[in-house]
Design a binder for this molecule. Structure first.
Ligand SMILES: C[S@@+](CC[C@H](N)C(=O)[O-])C[C@H]1O[C@@H](n2cnc3c(N)ncnc32)[C@H](O)[C@@H]1O
Length: 146
């Protein structure tokens, strides 16, 4: 099962560039992860582009209004999605500065939050990548997650 992370624009903040590069490098040992940068813009255009580029995949929208799951629950969800066998790719969708449109939230298969705080989107991307890495190590029984 491929994991795609879709986000508008490339990280501009130094800490985010470093964090994104670090977790993408670590994830190379754990299957197929792809970070896709879409054109930055307003909520409508970014949400539209996110929906188009994630067509046919299982969509998980990242949104502060979403379900607040712990890391172990993320790992169980990944496991369940893999076991279904009909899902080739999961797309995580990160929104623009003004967030996702309601239409995107309605069309997502799941809406998850990373916390109840509003995070700057580049920070949300780093947190998301770290959690995906954490889940990958947890599922392999490696000692990173404790
Ligand atoms: C600056 S936030 C948008 C805030 C906007 N006021 C809203 O209502 O969503 C930009 C993007 O970062 C991600 N994000 C920010 N905080 C998040 C959180 N706590 N949980 C999940 N995603 C978050 C979401 O994808 C969001 O669309």
């Amino acid at each position: 099962m491929r994991i795609r992370i879709l986000v508008a624009g490339k990280p501009a903040l130094a800490y985010a560039k470093t964090g994104v590069a670090e977790y993408l490098k670590r994830l190379t040992r754990y299957g197929n992860h792809e970070l896709i940068h879409l054109k930055a813009g307003d909520s409508d255009s970014v949400s539209q582009a996110l929906l188009e580029r994630s067509e046919g995949s299982y969509r998980i929208a990242l949104d502060e209004r979403g379900k607040n799951l712990g890391t172990a629950s993320w790992a169980q969800c990944f496991e369940k999605l893999e076991l279904r066998g009909d899902i080739k790719a999961v797309s995580f969708l990160i929104g623009a500065s003004d967030g996702h449109t309601q239409a995107l939230r309605d069309q997502a298969d799941e809406v998850w939050c990373l916390s109840k705080l509003t995070l700057q989107h580049e920070l949300a991307l780093v947190v998301l990548l770290e959690q995906i890495y954490r889940v990958a190590t947890l599922r392999k029984g490696e000692p990173y997650h404790r």
